[in-house]
Design a protein around this ligand. Structure first.
Ligand code: GLC
Length: 484
């Protein structure tokens, strides 16, 4: 049995701010249980759901040395849906109403977490063959392991995989401060170690010291080796390319299922989805106080409201689209205030055409995936993207920008060959109008050639973006690492 420990800063159902949590919480369930014993270790945040927190049992405690500091660390444990979760407890670091704050607090907090994960292992009765780390918050795990813990025999055979979910977030902070809070020696803060543009960089530690680096789509794996997509670390990514793999994320096909989803007004089957889609659409329009009309093109957006997701482009073209076209928008998401305000502005101006909800609700998200005709995701960059996959599962056709995982998962419609699973555009620009052109083309197919539209929706539903395929790719990587 191969023992694998996932280390991350979030995982559903315990704590979630983005797609990272979906991946960490779902991938372990899909790895072959007869061959891999996968467990997960997370921080125990005080802001976690109370009912979930009540389930955790105290296991033991120890103290973590970080330079001159010695910090308490409790270990809690719970078995949830057949997976064992460990939690590192320390109220000084993990209290507050959200998991992340400002960068200087976060760097110290996750330096503590990273060291605590390694120090906790001898107390767990579970010595992993592989620690699978995710994003910058766990980048110091391979760093500590390769430069500190591996001096002791207990740690010598542990391998690490480091998965980059988003290259933009790197955990960068002042060199001296990071040296102080990590207790790592000066030689690890040089240009060929953690130093990067005058600061210490936790993500760089993960990329440099992990045995294998992965990211969440093949296209993003290529993009991060270029100046445009590398966020300053493209040189390093190129150096590691022999050990860099792009593996597409999957989604949980049990949770997102048009045949059983408890949030839907009416369930539907792939080949007979039209009546079900209609019923769901009318129910959503009613819920959102939009005019109930099964024949108005309904576009949904479910997203973190950040620059990455392409909302500057949306802001720029929204007026032109809403003022002329027979269209409705349903928007769900929270994030940067300027984007929330932008959507509220348009919903005040065009109350019959756009409804916005900034209180994220899983139930409403499911309703929107299930009920809309199309799903808009014009991301500036997108490592993988999960919501386009969720939308496709319900025959909701994605309209995306050709970047990262969106490029790998959405095939552009070809009206001559009748192939494709969505619509796409290439350039993120404000003058040629590629995004509105794409939307108008989609609208034209929807209004003037409904048969082709419906066939495309069926093709979306017939695609398999569950974890079935990708979990096997991860298994291959684990096996390669252990030379099985
Ligand atoms: C990040 C990325 C997103 C990806 C997710 C899970 O949120 O922005 O593209 O799907 O991580 O890997």
């Amino acid at each position: 049995m191969v023992k694998i420990l996932f280390a991350a800063s979030e995982a559903v159902p315990f704590i979630k701010t983005g797609g990272l949590a979906d991946v960490v919480g779902s991938l372990p369930k899909y790895l072959n249980k007869d061959e891999y014993d996968v467990r997960i270790i997370l921080p125990k945040y005080t802001c976690m759901d109370e009912n979930l927190k009540k389930m955790l049992r105290f296991h033991s405690h120890f103290y973590v040395s970080l330079g001159w500091r010695k910090q308490y660390a409790g270990i809690l444990v719970v078995q949830y849906e057949n997976i064992i979760y460990y939690f590192i407890d320390n109220e000084y670091y993990f209290s507050g109403d959200k998991p992340y704050n400002n960068i200087y607090e976060d760097v110290e907090k996750f330096a503590f977490f990273s060291k605590a994960v390694l120090d906790a292992l001898p107390l767990l009765d579970f010595c992993p063959d592989i620690i699978h780390c995710h994003d910058w918050q766990t980048g110091l795990i391979p760093t500590y392991l390769k430069n500190y813990h591996n001096k002791s025999p207990f740690y010598q055979n542990i391998k690490t995989v480091f998965t980059i979910h988003n290259m933009k977030f790197q955990g960068r902070w002042k060199l001296n401060a990071v040296m102080d809070v990590t207790g790592l020696p000066k030689r690890l803060f040089m240009p060929d170690t953690l130093e990067s543009y005058g600061e210490a960089n936790c993500l760089k530690g993960g990329i440099l010291y992990a045995d294998i680096v992965t990211t969440v789509s093949p296209t993003y794996a290529k993009e991060i080796q270029t100046r445009e997509g590398g966020e300053g670390l493209d040189g390093l990514m190129c150096r590691r390319k022999e050990n860099l793999y792009g593996i597409l994320n999957g989604i949980d096909y049990e949770v997102y299922n048009p045949k059983t989803d408890p949030h839907m007004a009416k369930h539907f089957e792939t080949l007979d989805f039209v009546p079900g889609k209609k019923a769901n659409k009318l129910a959503l329009q009613r819920l959102l106080h939009l005019p109930e009309d099964e024949n108005t093109f309904l576009i949904s957006i479910v997203s973190r409201l950040t620059e990455q997701k392409g909302f500057d482009l949306v802001a720029y073209y929204m007026d032109a689209i809403l003022s002329k076209d027979k269209v409705q928008f349903a928007v769900l998401g929270s994030g940067e205030e300027k984007y929330e305000k932008m959507f509220y502005y348009f919903s005040d101006k065009y109350p019959d055409k756009i409804e916005v909800c900034t209180n994220f609700s899983e139930a409403l998200a499911h309703k929107m995936y299930a009920s809309s005709d199309a799903f808009l995701m014009p991301s500036l960059f997108e490592p993988c993207g999960l919501s386009q996959l969720m939308a496709m599962r319900y025959g909701t056709i994605p309209m995306v920008r050709e970047t990262g995982g969106l490029k790998d998962t959405v095939e552009a419609y070809n009206e001559y060959e009748k192939t494709g699973t969505g619509f796409s555009f290439r350039n993120y620009n404000f003058d040629i109008g590629e995004m509105p052109n794409m939307i108008h083309y989609a609208m034209h197919v929807y209004y003037d050639d409904r048969k082709s539209w419906n066939d495309m929706a069926i093709r979306c539903m017939q695609k398999n973006y569950s974890w079935d395929n990708s979990a096997k790719e991860y298994e291959k990587i684990y096996d390669r690492l252990l030379k099985k």
